[in-house]
Design a protein around this ligand. Structure first.
Ligand SMILES: CC(C)=CCC/C(C)=C/CC/C(C)=C/COP(=O)(O)O
Length: 299
């Protein structure tokens, strides 16, 4: 049963009470530990300002520890919060003055749909989920988009490459992969959105920021690498289609495994697509990066 407070939030958002997921301490709506859900709580907490003011210090302390600024993993600047009370107004008047912007409501509704849809699509999140039997296949797909095989594979090909043209392409692929790791880590560290509560953290080698889910590193890599391949390798049409399909299915599998919400993957695709544009713009060649290529040729 949702608590009355959460139900009130749901009504204010125009969302059924069930959208705030479960009321367990680890659920996204509750923002507890367990590696998931912290973001969810904040996503649903922005209309809490209708509560009565605190009279005693204990209550005030509890409120303060609930606030997005104090909760670990929250992003007060990134996610919408309650509007500040205009100066000189009594708390009651300030509350009556609350007029959530259209953008705020739209954003919160999108996030609620995101949580709901991601939970519905997380059909391989556990061995006992409805599609639990395909989980091993999804995890294989996960490794196909992992950073380590791509980095090691590129370094290996670089060491074996005997043409300048090949070396140039591979050097830029290496640069693209490193840029991707850096940007994804930076954004994950800034946004700090928790992975969905139904995710099992049993991923192959992760970095510390990988406890966060926004954006999906697999989705950025999939979009970046497939755009890179399509632009720099001469491939027959079926292989070109396969590259796009791989990226799409890898992104979908992130949500099916329960690793990500849909918006993490959608933003990941967009970011990966844009990262390719950066790589293309800064394309490394023996003309603009002679030292790099000279260093490599001495190996
Ligand atoms: C050079 C260097 C720092 C290599 C690290 C490679 C590595 C461990 C990458 C992590 C890849 C990973 C698990 C990403 C998480 O992907 P999501 O789709 O779950 O965000």
């Amino acid at each position: 049963m949702p608590s009355p407070r959460r139900s009130a939030e749901g009504r204010a958002l125009g969302i059924p009470a069930a959208s705030s997921s479960s009321s367990s301490p680890n659920s996204p709506a509750h923002g507890g530990g367990g590696g998931g859900g912290g973001g969810g709580r904040f996503e649903f907490q922005s209309l809490l300002s209708s509560r009565a003011p605190c009279a005693d210090p204990t209550c005030a302390r509890l409120r303060a520890s609930e606030s997005p600024v104090h909760r670990r993993g929250s992003v007060p600047l990134a996610w919408p919060g309650p509007a500040p009370a205009p100066p000189g107004l009594a708390p009651e008047e300030a509350r009556m003055n609350l007029n959530p912007s259209f953008l705020g409501i739209a954003l919160r509704s999108l996030l609620a749909i995101d949580l709901w849809l991601s939970k519905k699509l997380g059909v391989c999140a556990g061995e006992h989920s409805s599609w639990g039997s395909v989980r091993p296949l999804m995890k294989l797909l996960e490794i196909s988009g992992h950073g380590i095989p791509w980095l090691l594979g590129t370094l290996y090909c670089l060491s074996r490459s005997d043409s300048w043209a090949g070396r140039e392409v591979l050097m830029n692929l290496l640069f693209a992969l490193l840029l991707d790791l850096l940007l994804v880590a930076l954004i994950k560290g800034l946004v700090r959105r928790r992975r969905p509560a139904h995710n099992q953290m049993d991923m192959f080698v992760t970095l510390s920021v990988d406890k966060y889910s926004f954006p999906s590193g697999h989705a950025t890599r999939a979009a970046l690498v497939s755009r890179f391949i399509l632009n720099h390798l001469v491939l027959a049409i079926p292989l070109r289609v396969l590259a796009v399909l791989w990226a799409f299915i890898l992104g979908l599998s992130r949500v099916m495994l329960g690793r990500h919400n849909v918006t993490d993957v959608a933003f990941g695709f967009l970011l990966g697509y844009m990262q390719y544009s950066i790589v293309d713009y800064c394309w490394l060649s023996p003309h603009n990066a002679p030292v790099l290529f000279a260093l490599w040729s001495q190996q």
